[in-house]
Design a protein around this ligand. Structure first.
Ligand SMILES: [Zn+2]
Length: 425
């Protein structure tokens, strides 16, 4: 989750605040869990929003001249001291959902079973392996789709889900994508079958299995975001602030108790190390797409600074692809830092170090003026959203695969202006 782009729903959000400040809103989450608070800050532009992000709060909604953020008790203290906070209220159990209602989501064991089934039923196309182990020893499952024994002989797209524990829909998106591509290949889909004959697809559906398991443990959701690193005084490192390009910059906390804690050093966590090592050793990966939730956005570097990508043709490829994909899923395409500064994320590193064209999707739900939006439902929108969210994001995935031999084709019509030369790509 990075932020919401809606700009016309202020009244709805204010209504949510008003409702939550009633007696029901004063019930606290039980002491066995972290108490989270929704906070509203006055912040009219990206510079002000970056100051909020620097408090360690995760910004969940950007609305005209204010933002809504989510944070812990410590974050709330910092927010109050900052002078930027307008109001806050604690999240109540009522705002969270129960996994029993969401049985179509897959926990780690169920995900493992699905991936094993997919691989076992499709030898010669699907391979299940692992890019490494999580802190608690869970395999970071990798699905490789390749009709060639040597998957590295073909251009590839690397899809990831589940960097943030509570963003379960991102895991379902990645899992369904793997199943869909296999099904369509086998049924001779005239588009998918030739595509898979010439491309490699890498999918890691769940980068943060420890956090995801913790989030659904003991029967209810916990709004957990980070991995499960024991920092002594608190748990967890924000894996999407732990990557090693611009690590330690803005929008990433130095405090272990914060939800955006960057970790003690770049790539301090086994999960980010595994992703790094995989990308470092797979030169055929030309595009990365990392799924998050929520707010319906397509984001591209930079996140760590306000400037555009310096290489004009690289900037134009990201921009053009993001705008094209937005036509299919209806999301808002933009440079990540247009929302606020955040450092140490996956896409800044993948592009910054390897020059890989890299996107973050913040999946559904978005926010719309005609919807009675409950902010607590953003991360737990219910299983009914799995299928429609997947459907609208199939075309962007196919588009990336089609262009993974040479993403610069999307700006070929303006290639002269950007110094494009096919022979050096
Ligand atoms: Zn996220």
């Amino acid at each position: 989750m990075k932020s919401l782009s809606a700009i016309t729903i202020g009244l709805l959000l204010l209504t949510s605040f008003a409702n939550a400040n009633t007696a029901a809103g004063k019930q606290q989450i039980s002491k066995s869990k972290s108490t989270y608070h929704w906070m509203k800050f006055n912040a009219a532009d990206k510079y002000a929003r970056s100051k909020v992000a620097d408090l360690g709060v995760t910004i969940e909604a950007v609305v005209e001249d204010y933002v809504m953020g989510l944070g812990t008790e410590d974050d709330l203290k910092a927010a109050k001291a900052s002078g930027l906070l307008e109001t806050s209220f604690p999240l109540t159990p009522k705002m969270l959902d129960f996994p029993a209602y969401d049985s179509n989501f897959h926990n780690y064991d169920e995900l493992t079973t699905e991936l094993e089934k997919l691989a076992a039923a499709n030898p010669g196309l699907v391979r299940l392996s692992s890019i490494g182990k999580s802190l608690e020893g869970r395999e970071l499952h990798l699905i490789t789709l390749s009709t060639d024994g040597d998957d590295m002989s073909r251009p590839a797209v690397f899809f990831m889900g589940g960097h943030h524990a509570r963003e379960h829909l991102s895991v379902e998106m990645a899992l369904k994508l793997s199943q869909y591509l296999v099904q369509q290949y086998k049924s001779d889909n005239p588009r998918v079958t030739p595509l898979l004959a010439n491309r490699t697809v890498y999918i890691v559906p769940l980068v943060n299995p420890d956090g995801a398991e913790f989030d659904v443990s003991a029967g209810d959701y916990k709004l957990w975001r980070k991995n499960r690193r024991n920092n002594g005084s608190a748990y967890g490192v924000d894996l999407n602030r732990n990557y090693g390009f611009g690590w330690g910059g803005g929008g990433a906390s130095t405090s272990p108790s914060n939800d955006t804690y960057r970790g003690p050093s770049a790539f301090s966590e086994p999960e980010t190390q595994a992703v790094k090592q995989f990308i470092d050793t797979h030169d055929n990966i030309n595009i990365v797409l990392t799924y998050h939730t929520f707010s319906a956005l397509i984001l591209y570097p930079w996140g760590q600074k306000y400037e555009h990508i310096e290489t004009e043709k690289d900037y134009m490829v990201h921009k053009t692809m993001a705008e094209t994909m937005a036509r299919w899923n209806g999301y808002t395409p933009q440079q990540s830092s247009e929302l606020y500064i955040a450092s140490g994320d996956t896409t800044d590193w993948a592009y910054g170090v390897h020059g890989i064209i890299s996107f973050t999707f913040e999946l559904d739900p978005g926010m719309s003026p005609d919807k009675n939006f409950d902010p607590g439902k953003g991360f737990y929108p219910g299983q009914k959203l799995i299928e429609p969210t997947f459907r609208k994001n199939v075309e962007p995935a196919l588009y990336l695969l089609e262009h993974s031999d040479n993403p610069y084709r999307v700006i070929e019509s303006t290639s002269t202006a950007y110094g494009f030369r096919a022979d050096i790509l």
